[in-house]
Design a protein around this ligand. Structure first.
Ligand SMILES: NC(=O)c1ccc[n+]([C@@H]2O[C@H](COP(=O)([O-])OP(=O)(O)OC[C@H]3O[C@@H](n4cnc5c(N)ncnc54)[C@H](OP(=O)(O)O)[C@@H]3O)[C@@H](O)[C@H]2O)c1
Length: 305
């Protein structure tokens, strides 16, 4: 008897992380439904479509038709400013939609959370550390995490700053930095904000490891930290990018996060430990190597939006 092809629904597949995750599982031969909100995901080999996740009846209909075995839930209100300025609308998306998907899922749902559930004063944080968000975005993600962890189907992946090559629609902090430096423009980068950035391709591999781990061996709490191999401040990330892309590091202007409006709302150090993924054999690519590999596949600005 041949094994059934696993069916994966990817929300946020028109976003930066979701696109790479959807491509990864298509390459593995899974049946992938790639959902965008307003933008149609461009993922060959997947069944791509747009759907507003706030339209609950349509989402319910989709689950009834497709019955996905796995859900990667990457869609959300991802801007800290938007959450702060418009808490009720963003909560409907980050919390309300997640609850609805949990209610509909019969397989396993992997929810994308963030290192920003932590305050930033006691890094490095492991999966058992106590969250204490500094702002609305982190609070919404934490509320959704608690819902996810309250069901046997839910698993949380906390993402640090995710870096990588730009996709069709989405991009990371690396894109504006590299684009500006290529145009010989100075870039302001914080010397006092530390993260454990991860390469987006390693996030996709982490999802594979999590989805293929037997349900009864999922750790408690069912939280995985996809922390990269290095703890870096933003200046160090910029210098690494300059080495990888052959750019001029003298254009980097170091500044303190406390010198910008709202800087006190920015967590100082939310670097993470990835104990639970490491226990499953997942190993992130060192960031200098990841950036060199990104530089080799970096798309021309004309191929992205
Ligand atoms: N990137 C990072 O460094 C990072 C770090 C920590 C955590 N995370 C988390 O990881 C996840 C993925 O992040 P990302 O950077 O890939 O996000 P992103 O590029 O901002 O993409 C957000 C996605 O959400 C979709 N979306 C928004 N509202 C929707 C709606 N009403 N219905 C359906 N889809 C909707 C967007 O679709 P359209 O644009 O097509 O409307 C888009 O595909 C997010 O949950 C984020 O909070 C990301």
């Amino acid at each position: 008897m041949t094994a059934k092809t696993p069916r994966l629904l990817v929300t946020g597949a028109s976003g930066f992380v979701g696109e790479v995750v959807a491509r990864h599982f298509v390459a593995l031969g899974w049946d992938v439904i790639a959902l965008g909100g307003t933008r149609l995901p461009a993922i060959e080999g997947s069944r791509s479509r747009t759907l507003d996740l706030l339209d609950f009846p349509k989402v319910t209909e989709l689950f009834a038709q497709e019955k996905p075995d796995f859900v990667f839930h990457g869609a959300g209100a991802t801007s800290i400013g938007a959450c702060q300025n418009n808490p009720s609308a963003t909560e409907a998306l980050n919390v309300g939609v997640t609850r609805h998907l949990l209610h509909l899922t019969t397989g396993r749902l992997l929810f994308c959370s963030t290192d920003l559930v932590f305050e930033g004063t006691e890094a490095p944080y492991d999966e058992k550390s106590t969250p204490k968000p500094l702002h609305e975005y982190g609070s919404q993600k934490l509320t959704a995490e608690l819902d996810v962890l309250g069901t046997p189907r839910g698993v949380v992946i906390r993402l640090p700053l995710v870096l990588g090559q730009p996709g069709k629609w989405g991009s990371s902090a690396l894109t504006w930095m590299v684009d500006a430096l290529k145009q010989q423009k100075p870039v302001n980068l914080f010397h006092d904000e530390w993260r454990s950035p991860v390469w987006v391709e390693d996030v996709a591999r982490a999802c594979e490891v999590i989805f293929t781990t037997a349900k009864d061996t999922v750790p408690q709490p069912a939280i995985y930290h996809a922390a990269g191999a290095d703890r870096l401040n933003r200046v160090e990330m910029g210098e690494m990018a300059c080495r990888a892309f052959g750019l001029d590091a003298s254009l980097i202007r170091p500044l303190s996060r406390l010198d910008v409006p709202g800087g006190e709302q920015r967590a100082r150090d939310v670097s993470l430990k990835n104990n639970q993924l490491a226990a499953l054999g997942w190993k992130p690519t060192p960031m200098d190597e990841a950036m060199t590999r990104c530089a080799a596949i970096w798309p021309a600005p004309t191929t992205r939006k």
